[in-house]
Design a binder for this molecule. Structure first.
Ligand code: SF4
Ligand code: FES
Length: 395
């Protein structure tokens, strides 16, 4: 494969910004995890269980350099995410820098730390879209799931401000057994707050979510009911609210084409500057990821680093994928899930019914859903086990 280079790699200077993106398939949008710090403690987080401490985070100048470089290699849009990106004091400055170098920016936030002034400043700096997560429709349940006092009310208030300052709004609703029954009300809530879109996304099980699978996994009947609710709402709300729906692939017969295929359409940058093929890739503990702090350019890392090339394309695939007619449709499913459930990211994703492990894993999910535990581990730096009911911070 062609080696992409810039002065740091001692070969040639990148030429023709947009053409580099086209030639080497640099993604048009990149996820930036500004920090792993977050005031919420949702037990379904896909961040790695070993989270990055604040002291390791990229500095303002380092993030600016990253933004400039992304624009130079043809990226068009960045998603400021986390953890919770608004804990970074320099967020407005970084959004402004993104605008200055010609990048569109989206903010993916829990919104509980936002003020109206902060949102206005972000909009003035050129923020073009905001995505706010909600844990449920009912405040008591929502605050219990997020482990944050009064969070739900703050989110509703911030959503109102977002619309006042004219920002397009997407509601992100991560669904699981604890909040599933509230899906109709969550959709109504998104309409009431004048959102443009809602993502109804079932939990994907790696990182913290895998630790908490027993309290989050729905039954197949619950998934069927969710599907019915979503389809009814999609028809009723056409032109009012766009609804995206992601089901948990434990209940599918074919796996998802995760990340659009490893190293094909997506990368993200971690708080400490590592470049990953997937936001959960650090859960694959036997891969090494190159950093923006290394001597390599971002484009070189995308094109040439071992972690990206290890599972790119179809050459790495074992059976049954290697001789399967679907291998270029799903690229063998999800590497993070294969690692989490089989111990090797190089195995077929067990979500696939052709995987020899599929039946066993499907049974675990069914059993866990039937047992009905509500005990889950909040995501925080101590990783302490808490009963959500005992730790309800109030509405
Ligand atoms: Fe996809 Fe592999 Fe399953 Fe075939 S065997 S459907 S390529 S995951
Ligand atoms: Fe990492 Fe699927 S979540 S490859």
């Amino acid at each position: 494969s062609p080696v992409l280079s810039d002065p740091r790699d001692g070969v040639a200077i990148l030429e023709g910004n947009r053409s580099v993106a086209e030639q080497y398939g640099i993604p048009l949008a990149v996820l930036l995890e500004m920090t792993h710090r977050c005031p919420l403690q949702c037990g379904y987080c896909s961040n790695p269980v070993e989270m990055e401490r604040a002291g390791n985070e990229l500095s303002t100048e380092e993030w600016k350099k990253v933004l400039t470089e992304l624009a130079e290699i043809g990226v068009l849009q960045v998603h400021f995410s986390g953890g919770e990106p608004t804990v970074r004091k320099d967020l407005v400055e970084l959004v402004q820098h993104a605008s200055d170098v010609g990048l569109y920016s989206n903010l993916i936030t829990s919104a509980v730390l936002l003020s109206k002034e902060k949102l206005e400043a972000l909009a003035d700096a050129g923020l073009s879209h905001i995505q706010i997560s909600f844990q449920a429709a009912d405040p008591v349940l929502a605050n219990r799931i997020g482990g944050f006092r009064n969070g739900h009310a703050k989110k509703l208030e911030a959503a109102g401000w977002a619309r006042e300052v004219g920002l397009p709004l997407t509601v992100n609703a991560v669904m699981h057994r604890q909040n599933m029954s509230q899906l109709p009300e969550i959709i109504d809530m998104a309409v009431a707050m004048d959102a443009d879109r809602i993502e109804v996304a079932n939990v994907q099980y790696y990182g913290w979510a895998l630790k908490n699978r027993a309290s989050l996994m729905p039954s197949i009947e619950q998934i069927d009911e969710m599907t019915r609710v979503v389809e009814e709402a999609q028809a009723r709300l056409k032109g009012i609210l766009a609804i995206d729906f992601v089901i948990p692939d434990y209940y599918a017969t074919r796996p998802k084409k995760c990340m659009g295929g490893w190293g094909r359409q997506f990368f993200n940058i971690t708080p400490a500057g590592k470049i990953l093929p997937c936001h959960a890739a650090e859960t694959i503990t036997d891969l090494n990821f190159e950093s923006v702090r290394s001597n390599h350019s971002i484009a070189w890392i995308w094109q040439n680093s071992d972690a990206f090339n290890k599972y790119r394309g179809t050459g790495w695939m074992p059976e049954p994928c290697q001789s399967c007619a679907f291998k270029e449709q799903d690229y063998g499913g999800c590497r993070c899930q294969a690692f989490a459930l089989t111990g090797s990211a190089g195995n077929t994703d067990p979500a696939c019914s052709l995987s020899p492990l599929h039946d066993k894993i499907f049974k675990i999910a069914e059993t866990e859903a039937a047992e009905g535990t509500n005990r889950y581990i909040y995501r925080n730096f101590s990783g302490g086990t808490l009963e959500p009911e005992e730790n309800a911070h109030g509405a």
